[in-house]
Design a protein around this ligand. Sequence first.
Ligand code: RRO
Length: 310
Amino acid sequence: MIDISANLSGFNFESCIMNASGPLDTTLEELTDIATSGAGGIVMKSCTLDVREGNPEPRYVDIEWGSINSMGLPNLGYKFYKEISPKLKSYGKPLIASIAGANCQEYAEIIEAFNDSDVDILEVNLSCPNVIGRPQIGYDFEMSQDILNTIGDISNKPWGAKLPPYFDFVHFEEMASILNSSKISFIVSINSIGNALFIDWKKEQVLIKPKGGFGGLGGRYIKPTALANVKKFSELLDKRIKIVGVGGIYNGIDAFEFILSGATLLQLGTSFSQEGPLIFNRVSKELCDIMKGKGYRSLDDFRGKLKVID
Ligand code: RRO
């Protein structure tokens, strides 16, 4: 029997594969579809203090190797996600709320509200690339540190941070040092690569409307960057801090590579949006088949064991 279960902050995920915050996880109907799928856990859309309509359309486009989006945080407000938490919990899977604030105080207010909820785990989004006029918090190390300290003081739930991709070893080291000195339990790495640009050359026009066409890049394009972030953070973070890998996971081979690079759990964003809830069982089965072929019985048998060339 092949075991692809994983544990995060004391919660057992029957499959290490679940949805990423973002696509198809805003309404109760969408979240129920995830709850009744093969996903190992349920992650909700990043929520804010107030309901947000998000950016003008077109704001999401599928492209050959992935997607570009500038949704702009459309969500039903944190009170809605708190309210539906008992219903979603009744499906018996770990339930993760994703939180987005404009500043420390907003994060604090939402996190305090979730202390008294059926949500199991909090994912603090420090990396939305698409709110007009607002920088990605994860690229501002001082602000990131302030927010992590505040959450550490307030949250009575296990929590982690969803990070933007980093590209320079100095930045990895700086962020890792901030994370190691906080009370964080996990990171989610990576969010979309911010401010990409796609062009319809026939129309001589950008593909999406917000921000002059600039938006977050997802899917196959970003897998090498995501793997690099998972691997580098797995080298730099204290072992108590787990890594949730996300970015371009479409099949069992992708999933295998992320675990090999050090991930504990995996999330599917663009691929889930393109294929729908059946993807969770498909990728789980493909991962099991690869493990069977290699004689591995659990994820611990190969997690983090990526070889380098001497
Ligand atoms: O809603 C979005 O535009 C969005 C968010 Br909050 C995020 O974290 N990442 C992304 O690619 N889009």
